[in-house]
Design a protein around this ligand. Structure first.
Ligand SMILES: Nc1ncnc2c1ncn2[C@@H]1O[C@H](COP(=O)(O)OP(=O)(O)OP(=O)(O)O)[C@@H](O)[C@H]1O
Ligand SMILES: [Mg+2]
Length: 309
């Protein structure tokens, strides 16, 4: 659906993105992540045909974003970071205006307006002046605009910026719903959202791709980010020697605390489950056990590790 080859963009000599190559396949929900100034918005504006690249080639559904931008725009619903709104228009007026601009046949406009108002929960607000709406609600109007021409591909630049926690949860449900009919590329700083929603993540840093992988694989790469945490009543030395001898265990740390209890971390290779073997050893040694949990790194930890210097 999206094919990006060696894409670069400079703003009067300043390199915002350099040599990006990636693809997004039909049906994927891909998160574009990166620190402030990494080049996320620049990339999304080029993909949407609103900003010419300095170098490289982008095709959307087979159409070149530079030479066939009209074909591209028909297929994309783009929600920019700073939403250019018409603060004096009413919600209904704005959506009609946008539908006409996007050349939706007039007999279809009414139905499309109703559909997007329902999806974005704007039904009660159709006569409200946009400028009086809260930031989060204005974002929903912008999303309704991005959806009105039924695009195959949605490009959403920080769609939940300005949302409160309840709205963020609602937006997550909405994006999930949309993903059954649309391919989605979104940028956000809310990493828990990405973990729950995205099939794949592209992390960019200073204009270059740092990593592109599934959220699961990214979190697996975090150093020391995956271990088994135990609370066992036993001497530290005995714990370390017995548990390190367990099959497939790579490392054991133990910190003694009150009344003979130790907090233990058991490390093993990613994807290896040592819980049964650990439990058998504890039984055999007749140690008391009061906790066993798997601790996994979060995407936030992966992000920090990949983007810090
Ligand atoms: N119109 C512009 N003119 C000059 N420089 C720009 C322009 N837009 C962006 N830049 C620069 O390009 C780089 C990438 O900016 P961009 O807005 O793409 O980052 P971003 O990843 O979207 O950041 P954020 O998380 O803050 O939204 C930054 O160094 C920024 O200052
Ligand atoms: Mg941005």
């Amino acid at each position: 659906m999206i094919d990006v080859q060696n894409l670069s963009k400079s703003y009067s000599g300043h390199r915002a993105i350099q040599n990006l190559t990636f693809e997004v396949r039909k049906g994927e929900i891909v998160g574009l992540l990166g620190p402030n100034g990494a080049g996320k918005s620049t990339t999304m504006r080029i993909l949407s045909g609103y900003l010419p690249p300095t170098d490289g080639k982008v095709t959307i559904a087979g159409f070149d974003v530079v030479t066939e931008s009209l074909e591209v725009r028909k297929r994309i619903g783009y929600m920019p970071e700073k939403v250019p709104m018409y603060p004096d228009m009413r919600v209904n007026e704005f959506l009609r205006f946008r539908a006409e601009l996007k050349k939706i046949p007039s007999r279809r406009i009414r139905a499309r307006m109703d559909a997007v108002k329902q999806l974005c929960q704007l039904g009660d607000l159709e006569r409200t002046i946009i400028g009086t709406l809260s930031k989060g609600t204005q974002q929903r109007v912008a999303l309704a605009d991005a959806l009105i021409h039924e695009p195959e591909l949605l490009i959403l630049d920080e769609p939940t910026a300005g949302f409160d926690p309840t709205q963020i949860r609602a937006a997550r449900e909405l994006v999930k719903e949309l993903s059954s009919h649309h391919t989605i590329l979104l940028s956000t700083h809310i990493l828990s959202e990405v973990e729950m929603l995205c099939t794949r993540v592209i992390i960019i840093n200073r204009g270059r791709i740092e990593k592109a992988d599934t959220p699961q694989n990214l979190t697996r790469m975090v150093r020391g980010g995956h271990y088994l945490k135990l609370e066992v009543k036993a001497a530290k030395e005995a714990l370390i020697s017995k548990l390190e001898a367990v099959k497939e265990v790579e490392d054991v740390e133990a910190i003694p605390h009150e009344e003979g209890w130790c907090t233990v971390r058991v490390y093993s290779a990613p994807g290896v489950d040592v819980r049964d073997n650990i439990f058998q050893t504890i039984l055999k040694e007749q140690w008391q056990l009061r906790e066993m949990t798997t601790v996994r790194a979060t995407l936030e930890e992966a992000f920090v590790e990949l983007t810090q210097d």
